[in-house]
Write a protein that binds this ligand. Structure first.
Ligand SMILES: [Zn+2]
Ligand SMILES: [Zn+2]
Length: 415
């Protein structure tokens, strides 16, 4: 079995890996680089048959999860390439696409990834392992062919709400792994990085901020992070507040199909439909997207109820809130990677906060394993060779893990 990392050997985002055995090939992820501009067309990695009409040797594309840095180029992939992805992940992406979100796509999978259920594709046997990660329904993949075993961690963490699944991986790791491609988002130039906070710590921090805020709490987090939305709901419940989500987040929550995920109709949970979406839905007559009126909150109610609302905030709602005149006493909570705040495209957000004198607090827990958890994973899987992926500090892996071997993007190597 041979492997070629097309992108990801030395960067976070845009993962794409090609695996070959007996003249047949599969592809793991087809991500969009994080640094690509919104309207930039990024060409597909150079995989024979990925864009072409038909190549009988390319047997499938396996998408580990619903983050764009793992699937973002999929619309350029030939419809003849069978796609495998978790059902929950595919449903969420489809729901987002229906709400006109760029973070969504309508994929028709040839098969679904299921926890520890084998898939046979030509000479390859693929076993997905469910991960604790901040995208719903994320999988690591064990690939077996020619008597060799490659384990691709994809993205994972050990401190989130599904940490039990990470602990199961440590207890019952994929056996006899020859090579592990392991993500290292939190491996950095710092030789002894301190672990960050857990999702549980974050819930407590959030609740404290909600309690201390007189006006509305404006929380910005990834609509795809169902875990984070659950943490927001938990903070609202603890403080007697109501969580307001935007329509996109509400549709994604419904798409999970999980009884444990808060959704329209639950107590202390309301949906706000931004003006631009109301207009779009009217134009398209897609009224089935709207929740029951009793489960929504309308702009007129915002000023009076502002002291009891934990409001999911997107910049596309900024004008709505200004018009509703409900921002007095508000506090903003940034609950995604703080690095985004340093980027030029966060200027409108920062300008909006400055204009209304809204203080900003960052409450975030990484969706990726801290180094101590990665060490536990590396020790449990105990691969013959460990190859870094999804990291800006691949050259620092050897400081923390045994048997590290570096491979560049574009290079073929044997498992
Ligand atoms: Zn990623
Ligand atoms: Zn991810």
């Amino acid at each position: 079995m041979k492997v070629r990392i097309h992108r990801g050997a030395k960067q976070i985002g845009g993962n794409c890996i090609e695996v070959a055995a007996q003249e047949k090939r599969i592809v793991l992820d087809v991500g969009r680089p994080l640094e690509a501009a919104a309207d930039e067309i990024v060409p597909l990695p150079d995989v024979a048959g990925l864009a072409a009409a038909d190549d009988p040797d390319l047997l499938g594309l396996f998408i580990s999860h619903g983050h764009q840095d793992h699937w973002g180029l999929v619309e350029q992939v030939s419809p003849n390439v069978p796609i495998y992805i978790g059902k929950g992940a595919a449903d969420i992406l489809r729901a987002a696409a229906r709400i006109y979100s760029k973070a969504g796509v309508d994929i028709t999978p040839a098969g679904h990834l299921l926890h520890r259920e084998l898939l046979e594709v030509g000479p390859f046997t693929i076993t997905p392992f469910l991960n604790d990660h901040n995208a719903f329904d994320t999988y690591s993949l064990l690939i077996e062919a020619d008597g060799r075993r490659l384990f691709y961690s994809a993205d994972l963490q050990g401190h989130g709400p599904k940490r039990a699944i990470f602990e199961e991986m440590l207890r019952k790791p994929p056996p006899q792994v020859d090579v592990m491609l392991m993500e290292g988002t939190n491996v950095t130039a710092d030789p002894a990085p301190a672990p960050g906070i857990s999702e549980e710590d974050l819930r407590a921090d959030l609740a404290r901020t909600v309690r201390e805020t007189k006006g509305m709490v404006l929380a910005t987090y990834s609509s795809q992070s169902i875990d984070r939305m659950c943490s927001m709901y938990s903070a609202a419940r603890r403080t007697g507040h109501t969580l307001v989500v935007d329509l996109l987040t509400a549709r994604m929550a419904i798409a999970t199909g999980r009884e444990t995920v808060p959704k329209p109709g639950w107590e202390q949970f309301l949906v706000y439909v931004p003006y631009f979406l109301r207009r779009q839905i009217r134009e398209d007559e897609s009224f089935d997207l709207l929740p029951d009126k009793a489960h929504r909150i309308f702009p007129e109610a915002l000023p009076e109820r502002r002291g009891e609302l934990l409001m999911t905030f997107r910049m596309s709602m900024a004008r709505d809130l200004e018009r509703a005149d409900c921002l007095e006493g508000a506090c903003a909570v940034w609950s995604q990677w703080p690095g985004y705040l340093e980027r030029a495209n966060s200027k409108p957000y920062k300008d909006f906060l400055a204009k209304h004198a809204i203080p900003l607090k960052v409450h975030h827990a990484s969706g990726h394993a801290y180094v101590d958890d990665l060490k536990k994973l590396a020790e449990a899987v105990a691969p013959e060779r460990l190859v870094p992926i999804h990291s800006f500090a691949a050259n620092r892996f050897a400081d923390h893990f045994a048997n590290v071997v570096l491979h560049d993007d574009g290079e073929w190597w044997e498992v």
